[in-house]
Design a protein around this ligand. Sequence first.
Ligand code: ATP
Ligand code: MG
Length: 392
Amino acid sequence: MDELILVKYGEIILKGLNRPLFEEKLIKNIKNVIKDLGKIKVTKAQATIYVEPLNDDVSITKVIERLKKVSGIVSISRVAKMEKDLDEINNKCVEYLRPVLDQIKTFKVETKRADKKFPLKSPEISREVGGYILSQFNHLVVDVHNPDIVVNVEVRDTFAYVYTEKIAGIGGMPIGTNGKAALLLSGGIDSPVAGWMIAKRGVELEAVHFFSAPYTSERAKDKVIELAKIMASYCGRIKLHIVPFTDIQLDIHEKCPEDQMTLIMRRFMMKIAERIAVKSGCNALITGESLGQVASQTIQSLGVTNAAVDLPVFRPLIGMDKDEIVTIARKIDTFETSILPYEDCCTVFVPKHPKTKPVLDKIVESETHLDVETMVDKAVNDTEVIEITAEK
Ligand code: ATP
Ligand code: MG
């Protein structure tokens, strides 16, 4: 095949000992997401990963769609491959790029010469190729400042490559290079975005969902499963822990002051999530909290929530406005599912006047009316675990 995909990854994070780990993981993750798309070779050389179909059945478009969801990738280009010979390069540019060149008016050529033994230097190659393209297409002119397209030529170790498009990847680091964390996943807009942001930094996810049957329906659970599936298309396989939460809520409702209900509930969520996290080898918790968004997300409330656990709590949305969060939710395709109108366990027992400036001592005092350890143990023991994989 003389058409393939070149994948580029960030270089700044590649200094030192991290590099081989980063590259191996990225290759493994790439192989994993495309394994059902046919026979495809994935190799690396000179800070580039080559994704090369081995037969005609492979849809390059589909491969690219999958690669757009793999973290650690900075750009993706569909390219033609040729011998490292100026005539070959000229001919290939004209033949392979004809459909594009027919449609545009201005272009420039940019060359990267990774093979320093190639007889022409980069600017010379660009000049030669540009001249040849001009000689073949009367309607084209060169515009070095603001061209309609850039014809990229790369002269590498074994072959040369040409392409016009660099598709942006999601950046970040390959999943699995930065440990594992447990995401508190509700059915709302925020928590999937929070999970995605941390996963993008190379972190593997476990998800924990608190479920309040019969106050919340099976459909609410299906919605969370659907969200986890969408997330799995970026994060790889996710274990979703579904924690029965109703008994705890009823207990708190009965024995604690109404205006402390939400916060005590949130502290239970954190404690249970922490237990599940530790059991699953996670080193942090992730929530979708954003400063000031609701009463339980004031500075004081977040402090009281944090005090329930020892693990670090990552809140990647803490400084973001709702519209910024929604923009990401749309980009990662969770938004439409998140806004389906099914009830959440927190909405069932919301107090009319929740505390916005809670004091930790008072909350801890209220919790002495509960058998916290036994309640947490029971919830963890009764947790159902579902293996979630991405829908293809
Ligand atoms: P979201 O849009 O993520 O539901 P939210 O703005 O509705 O967030 P809260 O309901 O206060 O905010 O929840 C704050 C965070 O607590 C959520 O982002 C999520 O991480 C966690 N959380 C809330 N409810 C649940 C639940 N039922 N199961 C798991 N985690 C939850
Ligand atoms: Mg919510």
